[in-house]
Design a protein around this ligand. Sequence first.
Ligand SMILES: Cc1cc2nc3c(=O)[nH]c(=O)nc-3n(C[C@H](O)[C@H](O)[C@H](O)COP(=O)(O)OP(=O)(O)OC[C@H]3O[C@@H](n4cnc5c(N)ncnc54)[C@H](O)[C@@H]3O)c2cc1C
Length: 502
Amino acid sequence: MDAIAMKTVRADVLILGAGFSGSLLGWLLAKSGRQVVIADRLRHPRFAIGESSTPLADLALRLLAEKYELPELAALSHYGSWKESFQNLRCGLKRGFSYFRQPVGEEFHPGDDHGQELLVAASLNDAIGDTHWLRADVDQWFAGKAAEAGTQVWEAADLHVTGRSPWVWSGTINGGERAVTVTADFVVDGTGPAAVIPKLLGLGDETERLKTHSRSVFTHVRGLRRMGDWFDSQGVSRAEHTFDCDHAALHQLLDEGWMWQLRFDHGVTSVGFVIESPDQPTGSPEEQAAWFLDRYPTLKWQFADTEVVDPPGRWLSTGRLQRLWSTAAGEDWALLPHTAGFIDPMHSTGIGQSLFGVESLAELLGREMSPSERQAGLVAYSQRVPAEIRAIDGYVAACYAARQQMPAFVAAVMLYFAAVTTCERRRLRDEPTTFLATDDRELTGTLTEAASRIIEARPRTRAEADELVAMVRSAIRPWNTARLLEPAIANMYSYTALPADT
Ligand SMILES: Cc1cc2nc3c(=O)[nH]c(=O)nc-3n(C[C@H](O)[C@H](O)[C@H](O)COP(=O)(O)OP(=O)(O)OC[C@H]3O[C@@H](n4cnc5c(N)ncnc54)[C@H](O)[C@@H]3O)c2cc1C
């Protein structure tokens, strides 16, 4: 390697991974006066999955915007202000969560009293709605913001450790064009499933203790027909829908798992099957997708005119989605939440949890504090993040266990909504809280115990489901300010039922 091309840098913090969370952390640390290098093995823009934001994620963005005086972040937190401020940043409108139970071999039917569908509004109108993030655009934007704030963002980087205390990482950037060495006091791992630091340090792998077991087959398509149009074409009323069910994280519940549909404004929809069984269906990702469409007529109708656009003509597949490392931080390193572990796209927890993690690390690494205060904070973070992931695991596994009986599935979903609305309420009141309020032992203990009972029961009959609904109704009572599981609501939740405006 030519010695003249060698670049040597001293940094307070090296961040591995320039996804939105690594980049946002770099941006905030630069704003706090830290010298930061971010290194990603790829170049922006690049395809990434994990696109559906939530009220809790958007609230976290607004709080960060206020604390770090970054009005652009606040603009990203609502659909209306996003569209006004960022014409080139592609997104989609998300007014809430919708769920439809699809019968094998038959057209969907909502059932009596919406028994086979569930709509939960998360905002009052489109302007203050949440968004689906086109990650290729959004992640590039965050990396650009980090760079504007003074962070060095290295793309197409290939770094390896050559020293410790302080960390020394050496290698090349720009696809081998330039040799680099960075010396850093602290390393943050934001590489997600690549898990560079956990593998380097040989952290304990706790994946086998997780209850959820799913994998995914996904892509981006153009021309997906809307579920709302399906209702209209069949003459089935959607008069009682509390919002447009396609402006949502739309869930198609299937015998084998479920499917997400997340619409963007430019006519493209992110679609993905999430499958509980490791070996059914089989074949290429495209064959597996076709197998589902043959099995579920309403899905077949939705996909009749679709073109697979990103990646062109291809579906992608994963192995088991779940992973969890035993700890999320040490003396001179920390893992962003998506590196520490992951459960499942169900409930769209990824972006929100990542933002909570960014907030904590920006505080711990950006604010002046004594070494002992920082260490205490890192110890708390190291335990908190895996605990959040274990709680998500319980809420999600309960949904999988309950999905053959829609009333039980709705009850399982409400365990998550009880936790998330409690967390939102606390954040709105400026009370300290962890993601999904897992620091509230009574709440998390009660709700995860209820989740375990659903997982054990795996209800198959209506009577079994009704018993679980009654159990959940009683379990969530102390935190149920949103009229969750109230029979009069009949699975059609409007925003006024949620507590964010109470
Ligand atoms: C199938 C699926 C669906 C999901 N759906 C949702 C959803 O709807 N809503 C939601 O909130 N969350 C969802 N998630 C979770 C979401 O994807 C994550 O929370 C989010 O991507 C975290 O962002 P990040 O920036 O931390 O990491 P990532 O997006 O994982 O980014 C990691 C970055 O690290 C880089 N990298 C990898 N290896 C290296 C290396 N060796 N050196 C340097 N850089 C490296 C990558 O190129 C990438 O840029 C989903 C996840 C999956 C798997």
